[in-house]
Design a protein around this ligand. Structure first.
Ligand code: ZN
Length: 472
């Protein structure tokens, strides 16, 4: 049972060996909060949510960090175009949209979710260290810019296996003050037309951090100078991740042990872009289908493949989810009150585990899931209740680990005020029960469970917490 991951830096499948036994430190580049979340953002966040859940299932304690880039050229530009809004107000408004979209798909909140603007001191410290070591320089003009000196770092290009000789000038900043077009900005001096609120004082003058330095500083702050997994979209490999790697290692940090990149999303066979006007926003997806079907669709392809979104994709996903839901309610109805109820323990089939261990083979794992549903339905047709109970336990275990359990109350679509009031009351009781168990007051814990059962509420304890549902 060894998890294997495709490490983009090694360009090979590697056995996953964590830095500290039993623990995983994982950093994923989060969104630049300039405009509403689209299908590509959701897919990327979901890929790492599934990886995180799988590592947790395999027994690792996962510290998951996903940042929010809340200061950037694009945010300043978007805010100044709209005028009515301060850049920080725009950034926070969009951040809330991302949070809501992630939550609607059951993407777990990160362990830590740092905003770039809250780690400027750590970024300055890293820049100072790079200058001291001879890998960065303040621009000789009065711009206040600081650049990474790519010529000082022979390993530059190692992530994407490019030779510096063949690289073109970076497009991320004005060429002002650069010694070489391939150098990239660590600190950007404030320009006259920029708001004072977007300027931090520094040893090099007022300014703001470059994009790449943000991630290097935040990952080190939360996970240490060396950590296990760095993830992000394939489009971030160069220059963003190449530059993160160069500046962190040049500063003396060992940095990421595994680099994982997810494939991008095409729409109708075409690359999605603002200029083509074919972006599919989270809000549109959630109008077209249930959140569970959207989660199923975006998680179903292998994470390294390009996901092609087509009209009809969501209909297929909805049908797949319906098959899971129909089997679970059928088998639970049939087994209720028989000696087979609760017989099938929630254990994943070996083939499912092997597929997930093998570079997160979700397509193969889903094939195992649907095969199990088919054989479970067959067992019900044949009145083979023991076999049906075993299939039930396996299906429950598989949908839980993938985060697609149709019975989970979070997917309930008729969540009116009554449903949310019920949810808050039941959640309170579940927390009380948990507290009672922690203080070893098992009598009280059992009483709470009995009260819930008497009210027609079933609770289930699992590795991801306690879930509740109506009915037995
Ligand atoms: Zn990043």
């Amino acid at each position: 049972m060894t998890v294997r991951l495709y490490d983009s830096k090694a360009q090979a499948l590697r056995d996953f060996v964590p830095l500290r036994e039993g623990h995983v430190g994982m950093y994923v580049c989060g969104p630049t909060v300039q405009s509403s979340p689209h299908i590509g953002h959701l897919r990327s966040a979901l890929v790492y949510d599934i990886l995180r859940r799988w590592l947790a299932y395999r027994g690792y304690d996962v510290a998951f960090v996903r940042n929010v880039t809340d200061i950037d050229d694009k945010i300043l530009q978007a805010a100044s175009e709209e005028r009515a809004e301060e850049w920080w107000a725009l950034a926070y408004r969009v951040e809330l949209e991302f949070t809501a979209a992630y939550a609607s798909l059951g993407i777990m909140a990160p362990t830590y979710e740092p905003r770039a603007t809250a780690s400027v001191a750590q970024m300055q410290e890293l820049i100072a260290r790079l200058i001291e070591r001879g890998h960065a320089y303040a621009a000789p003009d009065d711009s206040g810019d600081v650049y990474f000196d790519t010529s000082s770092w022979p390993a530059y290009g190692e992530l994407t296996r490019q030779s510096r000789d063949h690289m073109e000038a970076a497009a991320d900043a004005d060429p002002r003050g650069k010694r070489d077009g391939r150098d990239f900005a660590l600190w950007k001096g404030t320009k006259p037309d920029e708001p004072a609120s977007a300027s931090w004082s520094s040893p090099w003058g007022g300014g703001r951090p470059g994009w790449h330095i943000e991630c290097s500083a935040m990952v080190t702050r939360y996970l240490g100078a060396e950590f296990d997994i760095h993830g992000g979209g394939l489009d971030l490999r160069f220059p963003h991740h190449e530059n993160e790697l160069a500046q962190s290692t040049a500063a003396g940090d060992a940095f990421a042990r595994y680099w994982v990149h997810n494939g991008l999303v095409n729409v109708g066979g075409q690359k999605m872009s603002k200029s083509l006007g074919n972006s599919v926003y989270a809000s549109e997806l959630l109008e077209l289908a249930s959140p569970l079907a959207v989660r199923y669709l975006l998680g179903a392809a292998h994470y390294r493949s390009t996901l092609d979104y087509l009209p009809g994709s969501l209909t297929d996903a909805e049908a797949a989810v319906d098959r899971l839901r129909a089997f679970l309610s059928r088998v639970e109805r049939r087994l209720a009150g028989t000696r087979f109820a609760g017989v099938g323990s929630p254990v994943i089939p070996d083939a499912f585990g092997e597929a997930m261990d093998d570079d997160l083979g979700v397509p193969q794992a889903l094939a195992v899931l649907h095969d199990t549903v088919r054989s479970g339905n067959q067992a019900l047709d044949d009145e083979e209740l023991h076999d049906a109970a075993v299939a039930h336990g396996q299906v429950v275990a598989m949908v839980e680990v993938l985060g697609i359990d149709p019975r989970d109350p979070q997917w309930a679509t008729d969540a009116g005020p009554a449903a949310s009031a019920l949810d808050s009351l039941v959640t309170r009781l579940i927390e009380d029960r948990q507290a009672a168990r922690e203080s070893k007051d098992y009598g009280a814990a059992d009483r709470i469970r009995a009260e819930l059962t008497a009210a027609g509420i079933t609770i289930e304890d699992s590795q991801t917490g306690t879930h509740w549902s109506l009915g037995s």
